[in-house]
Design a protein around this ligand. Structure first.
Ligand SMILES: [Zn+2]
Length: 439
C-alpha cells in the first residue's frame, strides 16, 4: 500500500469517530421523514434524480417516468425496466454513490439490482419513528443541524412551533426581499399580525420579526436567491425601491416581473444585512451549482458578492457549496475577507474530487478556522444525509492525507484540523455553545 493510502486509512478511522455539526439541512424532524414503503422511491430521492434527468434525452423515456419512480404505490417490478437503462448510465456519479451507500450501509446490499430491491422491501426503516430517527443521527455523530425549513412562521414567532431538539432554525430570507405583489406583503406582515402600507413600515415589520425569531432560537439567516437572480446586489436607491413597492401596494392586482423587481430586492437585502449585524446573526448564502438541471450558473458565482462583502464588514457571511465550479474565486474570498467563512455543505456529493482539492489547497491558502466542512442538504431523507456524511469524511481524510504525505502537517495536526472543520468552527461561528472537541 502507498504511504498516502496508509495515512488515509489511519485518519479515516479516527475521523469516523468525530462528532459533526451539519451546517445545512431542510428537515423538520421525524414527523416529516421520508416514507419508506417501496425500495426504489426510498433509495432515489433528491439529487440523484437530477443526474438521471441529465441523461434523459427530451421525450425519453415515454410517459411520466418521474411520477412512476417516486410513487410508493407502483410496484418495484413495474419501475425497474424503465429505471435500469438510465441508472446504468448514471450510477458512478457522487449523487448515485449516496444511493449505493444507503443500500450497502443500511441494508447490506452491494449492488443495485431488482433482486436486491426485492430483498430489502420488507426491511425498510421506519424513519417516522422518533427513536429510529434519533438513532440514525446518533450513530452518525450528528450533534446538531442548522435547518432551513418552510414552517408556519406565524406559529414559530408566537412560540407555538417547536423546532426538533437537535436542530437550530435559520431565518429564510428570499421571500422577504423578492417582493412582487400586494398579496406577498400582506402574507408576510400577517406573520406579525400587522398591516403595512409603505416601504418603511414593511422594513420595520421585518426587523421586529427577525428579532423575535432570534429570541425563539434562530442562529442565523439563509438565502438561496441565486436560484432565481444574480448575486450582484446593487446599491439601489430608496426612491427606486419605494416606487416599485408603491406600484403594487396601490393596486393589489398589479405584479412586478423580473428584472423589473431587482432594485426593490437589492434595497431590502441591504437592509436585512444591517439587521443581521444588529442581531449579530451570520448569513448563509447559496453560491455556485444549483439543484435540478437547466439553471444558469454564472449568476451564482460568489465573486458577484464582493461589493456586498465590502460594504457589510460587520456581517459574518457563510458562503455555501464551495461555489462549485468556481474554486479559485471561492478560496480568494475566504482568504481576502475576514467576514467570509467557507461552507462546504452539499459539495462532497456534487464533486468529491473538487471537495478534496479545495480542502487540500485551502489548507495552505485559507486559515483553517474559517472552513465548515459538512452540511447534508438532504431534507427529510436522513439516511441519504448520513451516507453523504460518510463521503464527506472520506473527502476530509483524503485532503488531509495528501497534506500529511508531503509533510506540510503531521497526523496529529491533521486530526485536529478535521475536528475543527467538522465541529469546532461551525460551533463557534454560529454560537452553538457546545464544548470544543480536542483530539
Ligand atoms: Zn439547501
Amino acid at each position: 500500500m502507498s504511504e498516502r493510502a496508509e495515512i488515509y486509512q489511519r485518519l479515516r478511522e479516527r475521523i469516523e469517530q468525530l462528532p459533526v455539526i451539519d451546517c445545512h439541512e431542510h428537515t423538520v424532524g421525524p414527523q416529516g421523514a421520508q416514507e419508506n414503503r417501496e425500495p426504489l422511491a426510498c433509495l432515489m430521492p433528491g439529487y440523484v434524480q437530477s443526474d438521471l434527468a441529465a441523461v434523459v434525452y427530451p421525450g425519453w423515456p415515454e410517459g411520466n417516468f418521474w411520477n412512476i419512480l417516486n410513487d410508493q404505490d407502483v410496484p418495484t417490478e413495474e419501475k425497474w425496466p424503465l429505471f435500469e437503462p438510465i441508472w446504468r448510465q448514471t450510477e458512478h456519479t457522487a449523487y448515485a454513490r449516496v444511493t449505493k451507500r444507503v443500500l450497502r450501509d443500511v441494508y447490506g446490499e452491494e449492488e443495485l439490482t431488482l433482486a436486491a430491491l426485492q430483498r430489502i422491501r420488507e426491511r425498510l426503516l421506519n424513519l417516522r419513528d422518533p427513536q429510529v430517527y434519533g438513532q440514525v443521527l446518533d450513530q452518525a455523530g450528528v450533534r446538531c443541524r442548522l435547518v432551513n425549513i418552510w414552517i408556519d412562521l406565524k406559529k414559530y414567532v408566537a412560540g407555538e412551533y417547536q423546532i426538533y431538539e437537535r436542530d437550530r432554525f435559520m431565518i429564510p430570507l428570499p421571500g422577504f426581499h423578492d417582493l412582487r405583489s400586494w398579496q406577498q406583503v400582506w402574507d408576510l406582515t400577517q406573520i406579525m399580525g400587522q398591516t403595512v402600507t409603505n416601504l418603511d413600515d414593511y422594513v420595520e415589520c421585518c426587523r421586529e420579526m427577525f428579532g423575535r425569531m432570534k429570541e425563539r432560537g434562530a442562529v442565523g439567516f439563509k438565502d438561496q436567491s441565486a436560484y432565481n437572480r444574480t448575486l450582484a446586489y446593487d446599491n439601489a436607491t430608496r426612491s427606486e425601491a419605494e416606487a416599485l413597492f408603491n406600484r403594487f401596494m396601490a393596486d393589489p392586482r398589479a405584479g412586478l416581473g423580473w428584472p423589473e423587481a431587482k432594485p426593490l430586492s437589492d434595497y431590502l437585502f441591504h437592509h436585512f444585512m444591517d439587521m443581521a449585524a444588529e442581531l449579530e446573526l451570520p448569513v448563509q448564502i447559496h453560491t455556485g451549482h444549483m439543484a435540478g438541471i437547466r439553471n444558469e450558473i454564472s449568476k451564482t458565482n460568489a465573486v458577484h458578492l464582493i461589493p456586498l462583502l465590502e460594504l457589510h464588514r460587520n456581517v459574518r457571511f457563510d458562503l455555501f457549496h464551495g461555489n462549485w465550479p468556481y474554486m479559485g474565486e471561492y478560496l480568494y474570498l475566504g482568504k481576502n475577507y475576514p467576514n467570509v467563512h467557507l461552507d462546504l455543505c452539499w459539495l462532497h456529493i456534487i464533486d468529491p474530487v473538487y471537495g478534496k482539492n479545495l480542502l487540500s489547497e485551502g489548507l495552505g491558502t485559507v486559515p483553517h478556522g474559517k472552513i465548515h466542512a459538512y452540511g447534508g442538504d438532504y431534507g427529510d431523507a436522513i439516511l441519504h444525509a448520513v451516507a453523504h456524511l460518510g463521503i464527506a469524511r472520506d473527502v476530509v481524510a483524503a485532503a488531509l492525507a495528501e497534506q500529511v504525505e508531503w509533510r506540510w502537517i503531521d497526523e496529529a495536526q491533521a486530526l485536529q484540523i478535521a475536528a475543527d472543520w467538522l465541529f469546532n468552527n461551525p460551533n463557534e461561528f454560529f454560537n452553538l455553545g457546545f464544548e470544543r472537541v480536542a483530539v
